[in-house]
Design a protein around this ligand. Sequence first.
Ligand SMILES: Nc1nc2c(ncn2[C@@H]2O[C@H](COP(=O)(O)OP(=O)(O)O)[C@@H](O)[C@H]2O)c(=O)[nH]1
Ligand SMILES: [Mg+2]
Length: 435
Amino acid sequence: MESTIVAIATPPGKAGVGIVRISGEKSIDILRLFTRENEMIFTPRAMFLKMIFLKNISDIALVVYFPAPNSFTGEDVVEIQAHGGYFLLQKIVEQAVEFGAVMAMPGEFSRRAFLNGKMTFDQAEGMIDIINAESTAQARAGSELLKGELAKQIDILQNNLTDMLAEIETKLDYPEYEFSEQEDSDILNNLDNVTYELGNLLSTHKQGFLIKNGVRVAIVGEPNVGKSSLLNAMVDSEKAIVTEIPGTTRDIVEAEYEYKGILFRLFDTAGLRESIDVVEKIGIDRAKEKIKDCDIVLAVSEFDKDTNIDLITDAPVLYIKNKIDLSSQKEYKNAIGISAKDKTNIDILKQKIFDLVMTGGYDGNAFYLTNLRHIDCVQNALECLQNAKQNFKNTTLDFVVFDVKLAWDYLGQISGKSSSEDIIDRIFSKFCLGK
Ligand SMILES: Nc1nc2c(ncn2[C@@H]2O[C@H](COP(=O)(O)OP(=O)(O)O)[C@@H](O)[C@H]2O)c(=O)[nH]1
Ligand SMILES: [Mg+2]
């Protein structure tokens, strides 16, 4: 028998309400012990306002009982919505343990949900993405997964491969069977179709990465050109210190904004110059590191000067002329004129950044591969199918069957149709406690 697990489902801290979740066969008994109810009064999925009794404390809580299999985990589940003090909630957990539950491991509720067929791997991962989301696009990507959008697409391709395998294998059972040209070309067409679809899916992963992690934007330039002022203007708050003294910014200052659903992470850096100041030097080294480690570089100079610094980076570079409030010239060749002080052209700049990194734009209705594990699976499956296509011309069908099966297996790892203890561990151990 599986143990009955308990954990706090709400974050540490103080809040109006805090939730303790219990899952397993003993849940309902534990609830009755808490409430000292002798009769079975807990109508499934209905809330009851009850006293709950701990050792020397009691609280008034809303309690609800979800009998198996109609619960998050697929087991009997009880939720106690008590007052949201972390001390109190911990006491409730301790009491539940005395009543026969054990403390849940991180992700254990979701792991049980998976094992009981309540959700697939990718749905569980989508749920975590929603929890971790910091932008509209991130939350959207998570909700697409949770809805089963990826599993649906993958299922179609897997079924396609299954049908094909069945057909080839029946015929392979008869050694004297000769595949006609028509049959050969049908198999190849089928392989082509699935490879094409997987290729399409994989092509979304660069944008998917930016959706998931946010776009890292480094602001660099010589001292005093207005880098910190630009960061402040872009996030509309006084995050970074601005002074007329060159060398003010030393550590990297971070700030974020959302544009068209996408999260952008700005990094304001120390002005690049030869410096003898130890602290400033470290800041300058960090700035140079940041240039290499970002998705786009904003190279800022004053309107009447050019950027005079070495930019060693693979990322696109956007040249910016600042302080145009002091100039009569507002338009520049190969650069955007802005005034960080007056917040002129900040929106134009944001659009330009968006266009340069999100090549192909962002379609709020499209599906993007955002999860590294899924990307790996798709990539591996694609390679197997490419091998299968290659082998189709050169060797016997047994090899083709082998590679197609392997591809099927990789695709199955996305949803968990093909799973192992190892994959299950890898996925759920990253989840938070109480999820
Ligand atoms: N007139 C004008 N002054 C600016 C503008 N942006 C920044 N400054 C001034 O330039 C100086 C240096 O700005 P700061 O943002 O600290 O530059 P940083 O060293 O590149 O970070 C400060 O005195 C700012 O007030 C601008 O758009 N117009
Ligand atoms: Mg600065």
